[in-house]
Design a binder for this molecule. Sequence first.
Ligand code: DAH
Length: 362
Amino acid sequence: MSDTLYENLARQTLAAINAASSESELEAVRVAALGKKGTVSALLATLGKMSPDERRSAGAAINGLKDDVSNAFESRRFALKQAALAARLTSETIDISLPARDAPFNAGRVHPITQVMDELTEIFADMGFTVAEGPDIESDDYNFTKLNFPPGHPAREMHDTFFLQPDAAGERKLLRTHTSPVQVRTMLGQKPPIRVICPGRTYRCDSDQTHTPMFHQVEGLVIDKSANMGHLKWILEEFCKAFFEVPSVNMRFRPSFFPFTEPSMEVDIQCRRDGHDIRFGEGSDWLEILGCGMVHANVLRNCGLDPDEVQGFAWGMGIDRIAMLKYGMADLRPFFEADVRWLNHYGFRPLDFPTLAGGLSG
Ligand code: DAH
């Protein structure tokens, strides 16, 4: 074979190598030249049949050709790899500045009532209170009688009670009109010292902008040997500061009446209204937020406690009311209409748990 033949083969193979536009095309070219049946391999195979003289001159040329082709192949493969990588890098970019897609756990919202219950539980837990619960369907005895509402007392009428049909034994159960029956259950069920809060649903036949037939209260109860009104006042002030996230609050304790406390008080919190805004700890308005008092001796006795041995105080606060105040809702009714748009607007992110250290309302 002549040198020109080698040169032609070299030129053709190198041209094919350069023309290959992908690694797979290049591999086909390599097999056609350097594979078992490839053109360059076939040329190498001819060396065995040559005379030593022929081999000396042709061998160098053929091996040189093989080296050239191999080198060209390697450098083309490297170039194609680089090009493929560069193409991937431009086409597979991730825009890390895009907002994260909403994960399902992030899409739901925590209802403001749940949020406020979590907040107040956090605050009272920090003061050593545990959470007590009772049923929504309550006996007349626990909702009224043991709480020192005598039968026929007008205070019963003021509760707009929902009564159930009398059962087989003639007992007429009711939907609890306040969380105070949980006081009774707690005193009957555990020994003093007692320090509980009882958040939950309550029911009264009433409906307007600030009243719904189902609403929420949180009851507080402290019973021990010496619990007094000073403690009550401190607890309520600390609660209001922590809950409304303000450094100071002014509170006004007005004499009032509840059958289950003596003395009884209603508590107002000082505020300033500014259009829709409301600020606490300043201004000349007063807003009623709860009822409280020293637990009546009759109630202690009705619950198996001796008023000469123990004493204590209690309070009841409307959760919906303080939620509206803190988060600026004017109407209570949408709280319970399950409108997703309202929930998206007023709800809270599920993983933003209220903590005293990390911030209650995020
Ligand atoms: N149960 C009362 C109500 O629903 C609120 C209340 C007032 C609860 C005084 C108390 C209390 O524990 O001491 O109107």
